[in-house]
Ligand binder design. Structure first.
Ligand SMILES: O=C(O)CCC(=O)C(=O)O
Ligand SMILES: [Fe+2]
Length: 365
């Protein structure tokens, strides 16, 4: 049975100019009406299906970093950060100072956004040529496989970048909560950038210089339960186009998996912690030393899962290219240089799949 639940689009946009995505049905609505059927467009090709029941060795756990020690520039903790970015591209941070109450409030407001009736959510749908608002991203053809998820993408920081036209302001205190939350994520991000700059043998504020406005794109993900989780993906394998991403996930459901040593390793939530990952821009600046690792999200048959990804993005005109301090011993750069805005456009205008960063590798690498 085909259930029709199209996201209607707003006509005017005044958008980011990053690209667009073909409108698709709301999965949440589809599942609300019929939670047994998994339409063909969502069924992954055999080789991409998640093997839900195949156990990955439990010994694989991503590193945990104590943020309060990084804030004191603790050398041992910096070393842990360095190897986490080299070997995993992912780590969790604890003692980050973001209040538990604020985190719970943010999760609760996210849930309230997705709880709105479809016709209300559609008032905030992505514009025809824009990626801000309610809908789905990276859908470029009617044939491609779709993610088992709905999302809101909003520019959350700095304040002048907020385009309230696409914000579900009907949700009480949503705006205030995002304002508070994004200010905190900005603080945490600055501290991580400072530590990374030192590790990359630069001045503490060197990476910050590429982020004059500390732009944060916020993607709220909603993965409805799925009666056949072994056939679908909540979000397909991809790396992030950000400098770093700070992810908040549900405490009680494992969904995120990262590609590590040829396996998909689940990231077990650590209550109160954030998952941080290296994005493509940092991989390029570090000349490939820090890894922007592919990750994906799987679904389950019991419960919907939510997450909030905050993407720290370089300034549009920032140069993304290997930094002088990170060149190979023979002075070699492994990637071409590109302006960040050109990278983002290249990234957004395609199916989210694998690592677009590879297209910037210099010949012979
Ligand atoms: O929901 C997750 O765990 C992953 C989300 C993600 O990778 C993204 O939004 O880029
Ligand atoms: Fe991601």
């Amino acid at each position: 049975m085909e259930v029709k639940c199209e996201n209607t689009r707003q006509k005017e946009d005044g958008g980011l100019g990053w690209g667009k995505s073909i409108p698709v049905p709301s999965v949440q609505e589809m599942v609300r009406k019929d939670h047994h059927t998994v339409p063909k467009r969502y069924i992954q090709e055999y080789e991409n299906r998640p093997l839900i029941d195949s156990l990955t060795p439990i010994s694989y756990e991503i590193p945990v970093i104590d943020f309060s020690l990084l804030a004191k520039r603790d050398k041992d903790e910096q070393k842990k950060l360095d190897s986490a970015c080299k070997e995993w591209g992912f780590f969790q941070i604890i003692n980050h100072g973001v209040g538990e109450e604020l985190i719970e409030r943010m999760k609760d407001r996210e849930a309230a956004c997705f709880d709105l009736p479809l016709e209300v959510k559609n008032k905030y749908a992505m514009g025809e040529n824009d990626l801000q608002g309610y809908g789905q991203a990276f859908v470029v053809s009617e044939e491609q496989k779709l993610d088992w998820a709905d999302l809101f993408f909003l520019m959350a920081y700095p304040p002048q970048y907020r385009n309230f036209k696409n914000w579900p302001l009907i949700v009480p205190s949503f705006r205030e909560t995002v304002e508070e939350y994004s200010t905190e994520i900005c603080r945490v991000s600055k501290e991580i950038l400072a530590n990374l700059s030192l590790l990359m043998k630069m001045k503490e504020d060197s990476l910050k210089e590429m982020h004059k406005v500390m732009r944060l794109g916020m993607r709220m993900n909603y993965y409805p339960l799925c009666s056949k989780p072994e056939l679908v993906l909540g979000i397909g394998p991809h790396s992030d186009s950000s400098s770093i991403t700070i992810l908040l996930q549900d405490d009680d459901i494992t969904g995120l998996q990262i590609h590590h040593q040829e396996q998909w390793v689940p990231v077990k939530p650590l209550p109160g912690a954030f998952v941080v990952n290296v994005g493509d821009a940092l991989q390029i600046w570090s000349n490939g030393v820090y890894k922007s690792v592919e990750h994906r999200a799987v679904t389950n048959a019991r419960k919907a899962r939510m997450s909030i990804a905050m993407f720290l993005m370089a300034d549009d005109d920032a140069e993304i290219g290997p930094l002088d301090t990170m060149l190979c011993d023979n002075g070699q750069a492994l990637y071409k240089r590109i302006k960040y805005i050109d990278y983002i456009r290249r990234f957004m205008d395609r199916k989210l799949e694998g690592k677009i960063i590879d297209s910037l590798k210099l010949q012979g690498q």
